[in-house]
Design a protein around this ligand. Structure first.
Ligand SMILES: [Zn+2]
Length: 315
């Protein structure tokens, strides 16, 4: 069965692997990407400018898709871009600017550490749990939390849940990062050196923007819960992101992608104020129950590449 002709949506890509970039946790190879594009249907994939033109003219139709790459990951330009170029495809690239200006984004660094330095996730958990108990923090999970997590994510293991409980509830951000940073140090790792192989550079953005791809907003520091920030804080996140992209590419950004779909009315007001005409969410569920999947041009649906991979396998 071919990829279903659903409402117009983006396909959202994150991690890719090859000899130089580690596999694991949803990363796909260049061949996987090639197969995925063929499965979706090469003729259905719209270039960004055509997507925006149809959106403006209200002419996007069911079955239209576009390609989107989040988080300015170097593996995307090194692995995915040659595949796109082979087919002559252009895409949207949603980047957060902090990492281009010497800031580090721990979520990505920690993911890299987990997939690169541990054969499997349970090896990582074992050392993490040991560190937590050495710090004198009770490492038991809460049955209520466990139950709720299993309902939402039935594929999580007990260790997955225990880890998330410790990270999000028992430790809190500061203690969690302390423990993770200690683990990195134990492995002799330096975050600055790691960053060089994780994220694109300004030159990559210039190249993309100069060759028909479109660079879009994705905030400055990539807060996972953007909607919890005040209007001013959100505005500053996007304004700094906007200025960086404009400075590097010479273009005013007109597209954006929400942070793991965390946004609120303030976010939409800010994006509108910045002249954003199209913004993507990160799933295929309506924001409000029973609401439209593409509620507005600033809330457009995207399908995660991991889900498309699953559909390909199940067909
Ligand atoms: Zn992101």
């Amino acid at each position: 069965m071919a990829y279903q002709k659903k409402i117009p949506h983006g396909i959202m890509f994150h991690h890719f692997y090859n000899e130089a970039h580690p596999s694991g946790q949803g990363a796909i190879s260049a061949d996987d990407l090639d197969n995925l594009l063929r499965y979706v249907g090469l003729e259905r994939i719209l270039p960004p400018f055509e997507w925006l033109k149809r959106l403006k003219e209200n002419k996007l139709k069911n079955g239209d898709v576009c390609l989107t790459f989040d988080d300015a990951l170097l593996c995307q330009t090194e692995i995915a871009l040659p595949v796109l170029e082979k087919h002559g495809f252009k895409a949207f690239w949603f980047i957060y600017s902090g990492v281009f200006e010497g800031k580090q984004e721990n979520l990505e660094l920690y993911r890299f550490f987990r997939v690169k330095y541990f054969d499997n996730i349970d090896d990582f958990y074992q050392i993490f749990f040991k560190k937590v108990s050495e710090a004198g923090i009770a490492a038991d999970t809460d049955p209520e939390f466990e139950k709720r997590m299993l309902e939402s994510f039935p594929f999580y293991s007990i260790n997955d849940i225990r880890f998330r409980f410790l990270r999000d509830k028992a430790l809190g951000r500061i203690n969690y990062e302390k423990i993770m940073d200690a683990m990195l140090k134990d492995c002799g790792l330096d975050k600055k050196a790691m960053s060089k192989r994780l994220w694109m550079s300004d030159n990559d953005l210039k190249y993309l923007s100069g060759s028909g791809h479109v660079i879009g907003l994705h905030s400055y520091s990539h807060p996972t819960a953007l909607a919890d920030l005040s209007f001013e804080e959100q505005f500053s996140e996007y304004k700094k992101n906007y200025s960086h992209i404009k400075r590097v590419t010479g273009q005013n950004p007109v597209v954006a992608a929400h942070q793991v779909s965390s946004y609120n009315d303030d976010t939409l007001k800010i994006l509108e104020k910045l002249g954003i005409v199209c913004c993507f969410r990160s799933n295929m569920f309506p924001k409000k129950e029973g609401g439209a999947l593409n509620a507005s041009a600033l809330e457009m649906a995207r399908e995660d590449h991991a889900n498309v991979m699953r559909m390909m396998k199940d067909r």
